[in-house]
Design a protein around this ligand. Structure first.
Ligand code: ZN
Length: 438
């Protein structure tokens, strides 16, 4: 059947931003922000109360500097607004809800209007396009479908772009590999942990020559350069780091381009600030801190200055790809991930960095913290690509590097590839056993 010419050009309708005129764009952006503040104050019971209590006159918020006078929104507050007190759109316009899980207490329910669902699909389609996905690609979507997860967000983006979705959802590695090889999947979407598991499985079974993957898009957990290199090497693909959080649409609000200098974010729909997580002050561009997001066009549940708890920085240098969409750095850590050992605050990302600069080690590691007689002890297990004869030596040099770079002592155990647990979802890397021993 002949393909309609207009159909073929659909991919070109995804807004790449290349046409935008910067001054006008920024003016319109400030107007969007000013509108969303008024809209939230008027229509969301949660924001009406919050802004009144803070003594904010929504009509006075016109510039992004003005926005800094607004209080932050936290996940705890949204939990207390359960189930739908933060909803701003009328009920007859809400077409879907998602929910962000919480380890304790009530979850946050996020209502979406049709416009929100469409905006999310557009942003996701841009993400895919940025990585080079086109209409001939076959995209295997391994994140889950349902209340808690965003499989549907990926699928909507793939369909908007016009590529083929293979909606396998999570788990069932057997079926995943069968689809991947029989349908000739070219793009794999999931967590990096699952990407690694599938890559290792294909390698183990000797079926890599039947795999036609060219792109991997991974998100929902932080993953280091070592892991990236390992997945890329086994599958012989390029990989991309996709960012997002359920409270703000879901995954697809930022992604890295083929230059991998940072993650481009869609600033026509979102305003990003980076703050000092302790003082709450906005830090200068380029300085690391906590990402704070304001949605500029969201209707179902707009968020004003939402604290993401993700640590990153705004990248100021323009990207060689020429995209006008600004960039943040890859997420360094979540503020929740901080571990206190011997009175020193550290993030798993810092340890990951040391693993990276210690040669002979692979991507997978596990941190165990115990406390005996009031003393914390840190044990790091890490996989190595080298033979067992050098493991002891590698362990010693890793311990030395950790002492020099982070200033703490650790017992380092080096082991073979595949010895540590693999996950179909997110890999748990930190086991803090101190609480149970107190
Ligand atoms: Zn770029």
């Amino acid at each position: 059947m002949a393909v309609n010419q207009a159909e073929l050009s659909r991919e070109n309708l995804i807004f790449t931003g290349s046409e935008r005129e910067e001054k006008q764009f920024q003016r319109e952006r400030a107007e969007k922000m000013s509108r969303v503040v008024k809209y939230a104050a008027k229509n969301s019971p949660f924001y009406r109360r919050k802004l009144t209590e803070a003594g904010i006159d929504p009509a006075g918020i016109k510039t992004f500097e003005d926005l800094q006078s607004l209080p932050f929104t936290t996940k705890e507050e949204l939990r207390l607004a359960y189930p739908l007190q933060a909803q701003a759109a009328p009920d007859d316009e809400v077409v879907r809800v998602h929910s962000s899980s919480g380890t304790t207490g009530k979850p946050v329910i996020i209502p979406y209007t049709q416009y929100d669902v469409d905006t999310w699909a557009e942003m996701m389609a841009r993400c895919l396009k940025m990585t080079g996905v086109n209409r001939l690609d076959r995209v295997q979507v391994t994140p889950g479908y349902g209340l808690w997860t965003a499989g549907i967000g990926f699928q909507a983006g793939v369909e908007r772009l016009g590529a083929m979705t293979i909606p396998t959802g999570p788990g069932n590695t057997e079926k995943q590999l069968e689809m991947m090889s029989d349908l000739g999947t070219t793009v794999l979407i999931g967590t990096s942990s699952y990407g690694l598991l599938l890559a290792e499985e294909c390698s183990k079974r000797g079926v890599l020559d039947r795999i036609r993957l060219r792109i991997g898009i991974f998100g929902s957990e932080r993953w280091g350069e070592r892991m990236r290199a390992r997945i890329e090497e086994i599958f012989a693909i390029d990989t991309f780091d996709i960012y997002g959080l359920t409270e703000i649409y879901g995954p697809g609000i930022a992604i890295d381009c083929p230059y991998h200098h940072g993650l481009h974010y869609w600033d026509d729909h979102l305003f990003f600030e980076v703050i000092d997580p302790v003082t709450g002050k906005v830090v200068p561009d380029g300085v690391q801190g906590e990402l704070v997001v304001t949605t500029l066009t969201k209707q179902g549940m707009p968020l004003l200055r939402y604290r993401t708890r993700d640590l990153t920085r705004i990248i100021t240098e323009p990207c060689p790809c020429g995209s006008p969409y600004p960039q943040i750095d890859r997420i360094f850590a979540r503020t929740d991930d901080m571990i206190k050992i011997h009175g020193v605050n550290i993030y798993p990302g810092q340890l990951e960095h040391v693993l990276q600069i210690t040669s002979g080690l692979s991507s997978e590691y596990e941190i165990t913290i115990t406390r005996k007689e009031g003393r914390d002890s840190l044990i790091i297990k890490v996989e190595s690509t080298e033979g067992p004869e050098v493991w002891e030596h590698l362990g010693t040099s890793l311990a030395r590097n950790i002492k020099t770079k982070i200033g703490i002592s650790a017992q380092c155990i080096v082991t073979e590839i595949g010895a540590l647990r693999r996950s179909e979802k997110k890999t748990k890397r930190v086991y803090d056993l101190r609480k149970s021993e107190l």
